[in-house]
Design a protein around this ligand. Structure first.
Ligand SMILES: Nc1nc2c(ncn2[C@@H]2O[C@H](COP(=O)(O)OP(=O)(O)OP(=O)(O)O)[C@@H](O)[C@H]2O)c(=O)[nH]1
Ligand SMILES: [Mg+2]
Length: 294
């Protein structure tokens, strides 16, 4: 199971540019609107310093990060809820996502058509909000409402904008630059003094999904990070690792990741008495390292 973030926004704002920078999947990026029709879906690793630190102690053969899915969705225009543009299809795809990453155009470029004719971040954000809200009003299902999904706003700017900053909390990036940086090798980045900001963006998306990360070490073979909805129980965490583990869960041994590092190993942690037994009711904490007993 993975959690997904829908990349949403007006046409021609840089959604596919970001998607390509994140996933390295070759997708169509063009200076005209509605380039993307069918959604592009890609899965990427969630950057995780704790995983690296745990692996330094466990020294596994394999390290596996947890993942997050990004979906690059067709551009939305005013009236999308009534089917304008690629409206209805677009809205159905957002429904399947757990959160929305909304790209707002602030860059100006005469070669890239602007569907609204002007740079106006506030008004563009309002357009999308209105469309999602209107679609919700029509919807019979009252669960999964589009306008209740968590949203991260990302202003795509080339830094020369004289437009006011929106009041809504937002991130600011230059996606064209980010795409170029994502195509450079580490030495090239160093030489050019360029640094990617995508890790921060991925973590911001991960955090808004209200998720926690737990870890397994499978007897030292593989140190792996997993994603669980905040408030999930030990058997639910087991179900993330293996579909059988939820049913067959008996108990688990649990230790916070810092304590495992302090103990310098699983065996050592056991000897120190730092491994706690978790039963069915145990609520998994962010950063727990867990060994399931089935
Ligand atoms: N100058 C400039 N151009 C950009 C920037 N980001 C994207 N572009 C250009 O804008 C155009 C549209 O980019 P896409 O990534 O295809 O935009 P999109 O939002 O996926 O567009 P649709 O799929 O048509 O909705 C391309 O020509 C990009 O190179 C930016 O930060 N600065
Ligand atoms: Mg696109």
């Amino acid at each position: 199971m993975s959690f997904s973030v829908g990349i949403v926004g007006l046409p021609n704002v840089g959604k596919s540019t970001l998607f390509k920078a994140l996933t390295k999947i070759k997708v169509d990026i063009q200076p005209y609107p509605f380039t993307t029709i069918h959604p592009n879906v890609g899965v990427i690793a969630v950057p995780d310093e704790r995983l690296i630190k745990i692996a330094e102690v466990i020294r596994p053969e394999k390290i596996t990060p947890t993942i997050i899915e990004f979906v690059d969705i067709a551009g939305l225009v005013k009236g999308a809820h009534k089917g304008e543009g690629l409206g209805n299809q677009f809205l159905a795809e957002i429904r399947n996502c757990n959160a929305i990453l909304e790209i707002v155009r602030v860059f100006s470029d005469p070669n890239v058509e602007n569907v609204t004719g002007k740079i106006d971040p506030e008004s563009d954000m309002e357009t999308i909000k209105t469309e999602l809200g209107l679609k919700d009003l029509e919807s019979k299902e009252k669960e999964n409402l589009l306008s209740e999904k968590p949203v991260i706003y990302l202003l795509n700017t080339n830094g020369k904008s004289e437009y006011g900053t929106p009041k809504t909390k937002h991130l600011v990036l230059n996606l064209k630059d980010e795409l170029e940086i994502s195509e450079l090798s580490d030495p090239e980045k160093k030489e050019l003094g360029m640094e990617s900001h995508l890790d921060q963006l991925i973590l911001a998306c991960y955090n808004i999904l209200d998720l926690i990360t737990f870890y397994t070490i499978t007897g030292g073979k593989e140190t792996r990070a997993w994603t669980l909805k905040k408030g999930g129980s030990a058997p639910e965490a087991g179900g993330v690792v293996h579909s059988d583990f939820k049913e067959k869960f008996i108990r688990a041994e649990v230790i916070p990741w810092q304590k495992l590092i302090e103990a310098k190993g699983w065996k050592e942690a056991r000897e120190l008495g730092w491994l706690k037994i978790a039963g069915h009711d145990y609520l998994v904490q962010d950063g727990d390292v867990i060994e399931f007993k089935i």
